[in-house]
Every structure is written in structure tokens, then in C-alpha cells.
Design a protein around this ligand. Structure first.
Ligand SMILES: [Zn+2]
Length: 451
């Protein structure tokens, strides 16, 4: 009666005879980067709406304003000991330099953690601080934390180096929804190694940075649609961001997840799957500017009927699929119980992800999960993510199909859980984040929403 198990099984069979997820990923990548404020972002919006229309799904839109940014020119060279020019890019939301640029001694800031910067704090004020994207003395830290540390210790400019080889520049935002305090550029690992060796040999290396970027107020929109369930008063939210970085196709981050959301919707609708609870899908905008769009949405709409939230960020491209339960013990136990049902290798953790679209839901106490493909080499960090090498040719047909199969079973089973963990109170949420020792870094990033 209540069960659509048979229809789900039918869907699973069909997934293997079709190739649609990979085709949608390619479609999205060929539209362009989907970077916020560009024509390709608008094209992506139209594409998503067109796919929903074809399936006969009505959607709604949520429009909002945000701090826009577009890159201009970026030049990086060293003037001593030898003059040398290096390829570089500006980081997103970084300000421009003045016309003369910045010419200063480059300081090796290691991984960019508070611990590492503390040790060299006398050297930092007024200098250019260079950090790498690898593991720090405090573990893995987000780029925005490293930037905020450099600002806090008085740096004049920030260099962010890839720790993975291949002459690839890492991009990403330096602040959330506001222009950063100091110019910031991305360089490759190979340039980084050259600079580190020069600092070791000559003690003093002087860098010159000139950047010009454009900033403007901008608007964007989320695309939202429902699949009604047996219970319509309880909603399971499923989201992923459709925006990408301007220097990348953003195939794994996050065209893959959007393709899965669209295909999941089509399969459920066309095969009359009725989930236990209503599913509300979100194609989020402006995530790459610091989880901007979803934060504005959650803070300006009534989300009290959302009982759980699943965020897909980097779902397709790597195995195993990791489900981070964001500190919710009870949720972790439920997902662990379901694990044997999943059609793909999964790992489950209580890890708390604060740099993706689940975070604003977490702040409201809503049980939330962040799901992504784990890279086979943990030392690679983001790997090709946030570089020009995040392209569709690296995604296998099989992973695209299996990611969809996994997502279908996972969401369907999740909607059926009789008693989902309850919504946490504000005090409990604060407790959860404090226990994980995240308060200081969230404060540093202006991401601590509590008084
Ligand atoms: Zn992402």
C-alpha cells in the first residue's frame, strides 16, 4: 500500500540501460562554468527549468541579492633575487591592488593554520604571506580560514598554492558574500616549490602582485520543486549547488550532483514512485561565493516543515560515497543501520561540514547530511576540484549510473524512516558546534550565527 518498493526496483533496472546522468553532466559543462553573475549561470538556470518542464514538474524560484565579483587581470612576479614572472589567478572576492601593485617580501606561512602563523607572527605584518592547500598542523583547513588568519596577523597580500602537481591554480572565495580585506592569488605547486627553494637559498624573496577585479551588486536565484509524498506535512529537503568556478567546468563540483537531482526527479515522477514524505529539491545558486545563496534562503523563509536535509556536493566522480552526518549522533546511527541497503560502497561519519549548503540548515537544528564522493588519495584534498582540471572526461559512465542508483535508494529509504531525529534547539546546536571545537574558526569566518 504505502510502498513503492516495486517501482523503485523498476527504476534501478532502467538506470543501467540508460546513460542520462553523464549526458546531463556534459550538457551542464558545455554551457560554461556556471559562475555566479555570468551568462553561463543564466543558461544553467534555463537548462534546469527546461528539464523540469519536460518531466512535467512545476518549480518555484527564490531570488536574492548578493555581492558579485568578476575577475580582471592578475600579474605575479618576483623582483629579487632574480626577476621572474609566474602564471597566477586572483581568488574569488579578493579586492584589486592599486595601480602600482604590491611589492613585498614573501613569507612562508606553511599550511596557513593559526598554529603555524603564530610561530612567525613578527614577520607577517605588511608582508605577502604564502600558504599551501595541503594539510596543516591543525589538520585540513578551509582556504577561507587560512585567508582569515593571514588577515588577522596583518599580511598585506595572500598567496594560495596548490599542493597537487600539474601546473594547476586553485581558485575559491576568500570571504562569504563580501569583498576580502587583502588581495589574494592562486599559484601552482610548481611555482610554490620554486619560491620555497628560493626563500631557503636567498633568505629574502620579493614578490610583486598586481590584480584588478570587478565588483558589483548582483542577483541570482534558486530553483525549487516538490515530489509529493504520502505525508505532505513533513518535508525531506535535497539540495545541491549548480554554480561553479569561472576557470573550471565544475564537473564533479557540482554538475554531477545537479544531474543526479534532475534524473532522480524524472525517474520518480515517470515511474510513479510515491515517497513516504514529500521531497523538496533545491538547485542552489551562489554556493561558491561562501555558501551565500542557501544561507540567505534559510534565513528568510519558513523552513519549519523540513525534517531532514541532504546536500549533494561532489556526489559523482569518486568512490566510496561518503555521508557526513554533521554531528547528529542519532542520525548517524540510523544511516549506519541503512548502510547495507545501499547499492554502492559508502562510508558514514559524524563529520561536520560547514562549507557547503547543508550548513545553514544545521544552524536551524535540522538533521542534515552532506554526501560526496571521497577521493581515493586522502592526501589530495580537493584534488582537481576548484581547478580547470575538474572536467567531465574524468567521470566514468558506470560511476554516473551507480551514483544515481545510490541516491535513489538512499533518498527513498530516508523518506521512509519512521522516526527521524528531532530538530535540535538553538542551545543544542551551539553545543554541537562547540563540542566539535568549531566556534573559533566559524567566528573568524563571520559564520557563527548565534548571539
Ligand atoms: Zn561544491
Amino acid at each position: 500500500m504505502l510502498d513503492s518498493d516495486e517501482q523503485v526496483e523498476k527504476c534501478l533496472g532502467k538506470i543501467f540501460s540508460e546513460n542520462r546522468v553523464l549526458e546531463i553532466i556534459k550538457d551542464l559543462c558545455l554551457l560554461g562554468s556556471r559562475f555566479s553573475g555570468t551568462i553561463s549561470e543564466k543558461r544553467a538556470q534555463e537548462y534546469i527549468i527546461e528539464q523540469l518542464n519536460k518531466t512535467g514538474i512545476k518549480h518555484s524560484e527564490f531570488e536574492f541579492e548578493y555581492q558579485g565579483w568578476q575577475r580582471g587581470t592578475c600579474n605575479f612576479s618576483i623582483s629579487s633575487p632574480e626577476k621572474e614572472i609566474f602564471p597566477s589567478i586572483s581568488l574569488v572576492l579578493a579586492p584589486s591592488t592599486d595601480e602600482e601593485g604590491i611589492e613585498e617580501i614573501i613569507i612562508d606561512g606553511g599550511g596557513g593554520s593559526q598554529t603555524e602563523m603564530e610561530k612567525i607572527k613578527e614577520k607577517i605584518p605588511g608582508r605577502i604571506v604564502m600558504v599551501h592547500s595541503g594539510k596543516t598542523e591543525e589538520g585540513w583547513l578551509h582556504r577561507r580560514i587560512k585567508y582569515a588568519n593571514a588577515v588577522k596577523f596583518g599580511a598585506k597580500a595572500f598567496i594560495f598554492a596548490n599542493h597537487n602537481p600539474g601546473q594547476l591554480f586553485p581558485t575559491g572565495s576568500v570571504r562569504s558574500n563580501r569583498i576580502g580585506e587583502i588581495p589574494a592569488i592562486g599559484i601552482s605547486k610548481e611555482t610554490y616549490e620554486y619560491l620555497i627553494e628560493s626563500i631557503r637559498r636567498y633568505k629574502e624573496v620579493v614578490g610583486k602582485i598586481f590584480v584588478f577585479n570587478h565588483t558589483q551588486e548582483d542577483t541570482s536565484k534558486h530553483i525549487i520543486w516538490d515530489i509529493p509524498g504520502h505525508a505532505t506535512d513533513e518535508i525531506v529537503a535535497i539540495g545541491g549547488h549548480y554554480d561553479g568556478h569561472d576557470l573550471a567546468q565544475g564537473a564533479t563540483d557540482n554538475a554531477g550532483s545537479i544531474a543526479v537531482l534532475l534524473e532522480l526527479t524524472r525517474m520518480i515522477k515517470e515511474n510513479n514512485v510515491i515517497p513516504a514524505r514529500t521531497l523538496r529539491f533545491f538547485a542552489f545558486a551562489v554556493e561558491e561565493f561562501g555558501v551565500v545563496g542557501s544561507t540567505i534562503y534559510v534565513n528568510n523563509t519558513d523552513v519549519s516543515d523540513i525534517v531532514a536535509m541532504v546536500n549533494f556536493d561532489g556526489l559523482v566522480g569518486h568512490v566510496p560515497k561518503h555521508i557526513a552526518c554533521n554531528g547528529y549522533e542519532e542520525l548517524y546511527n540510523k544511516i549506519k543501520e541503512m548502510e547495507s541497503e545501499f547499492l554502492y560502497e559508502t562510508t558514514v561519519s559524524k563529520n561536520i561540514i560547514t562549507a557547503s549548503d547543508n550548513y545553514p540548515f544545521l544552524c536551524k537544528g535540522i538533521p542534515n547530511m552532506c554526501v560526496y564522493g571521497e577521493r581515493p588519495d586522502p592526501g589530495a584534498g580537493r584534488g582537481y576540484g576548484h581547478t580547470s582540471a575538474d572536467t567531465f572526461d574524468k567521470i566514468s559512465k558506470l560511476d554516473a549510473k551507480l551514483s544515481l542508483a545510490f541516491a535513489l535508494v538512499y533518498i527513498y529509504e530516508l523518506s521512509k524512516i519512521k522516526e527521524l531525529p528531532r530538530i535540535l534547539t538553538e542551545n543544542e546546536t551551539i553545543e554541537l558546534l562547540k563540542d566539535a571545537k568549531l566556534e573559533d574558526n566559524l567566528e573568524l569566518l563571520d559564520k557563527w550565527p548565534f548571539k
